[in-house]
Write a protein that binds this ligand. Sequence first.
Ligand SMILES: Cc1cc2nc3c(=O)[nH]c(=O)nc-3n(C[C@H](O)[C@H](O)[C@H](O)COP(=O)(O)O)c2cc1C
Length: 352
Amino acid sequence: MTATTKVNVAFAESSRPTVYDDAVKLVWRPLDASGGVREIVRAGTLAANSHNTQPWRFTVSDTKITIGPDFSRRCPVVDPDDHHLFASLGCAAENMVQSAVMLGFKAEAKFEAANPDSITIALDRSQPSNTELANAITKRQCTRAEYDGRAVSAEDLNKLSTAGTLDGVECLLVTQPHRMDAILDYVVQGNTAQMRNDAFMKELIGWIRFNDSMAIEHLDGLTARSSGNLSLPAWLARPLLRFVMTEKGENDKYAKQIRSSAGIAVFASATNDKSGWIAAGRAYQRFALLATARGIRHAFLNQPVEVDSLRPQIASYLGIGNRRPDLVIRFGRGPTLPPSLRRPIQAVIDQP
Ligand SMILES: Cc1cc2nc3c(=O)[nH]c(=O)nc-3n(C[C@H](O)[C@H](O)[C@H](O)COP(=O)(O)O)c2cc1C
């Protein structure tokens, strides 16, 4: 399946919502313990993932779920080594492990070097119990808006840092304004390089869903509403894009967004390989769930780790030596935006 293919298996056509808010309610409905193992898969699909490509396939049995890549959804320009794709699988795995507690299972995620393309979630039955992180799964979102500039308390920073530290992943928190401005400088350099790259822009635009009906038709990609943009007909939005989305406009927007944030978090895994990238995704997702539970918003700023020449520069600035900085996010407080959509589990489950 390609980025532009419509998802016909998404909903039975008779039950496919026609209004964006109805689709949101369906996708983000609370987790339901009567749904069993398949509900754990649904929790996985609600994870953050690069460009909302949802680059995953799931194989399900009563005692385990395997998560594997869907390479037909890779983004070869922004993500040539599939780093983000495997980090996205890690995000899904963490949501699944956290949801299992609430859905009556004990779950353990395993990455086996002999099978480096997949993650296994081993399941055991247990008593369902609510946790702060599981409750946040259906509320988490990337909020690409300005925040209110308020600081996050030392207690919350401590908790966030602990949540984002997992399997050798280090979670570096930057809250001093002059250091956040230094990272802004890398974001601006990265964004400028990406916006001058025609192949990058073509790939990105292929995943933009310019209006509600396009978003509902595809159930993936970057929807105008959840990016804080106006919903427009595609025939109008496409030619307007280069006037609306300018290098200066985007860089100024990032400056305002970073300066309204309480801090920036950088996740750096122990190893620059699939196991490290998956671990970085898991650590980010756990951080994001805890932030959500505490009313703290977040959004990605990955430009400095996506542009090859900038990655070692930001690593050196952060003092992490030869380690790869995997993911960069900002966080702070503010209102939410409309959530993004997901394909339903029927579209992503394979028969064992
Ligand atoms: C590995 C990875 C890389 C991402 N990179 C970016 C990014 O550079 N910029 C951005 O705005 N969002 C980025 N995102 C966020 C996704 O676009 C977002 O998760 C997706 O659109 C679904 O939206 P949601 O997280 O609000 O549910 C990234 C997410 C992941 C997991």
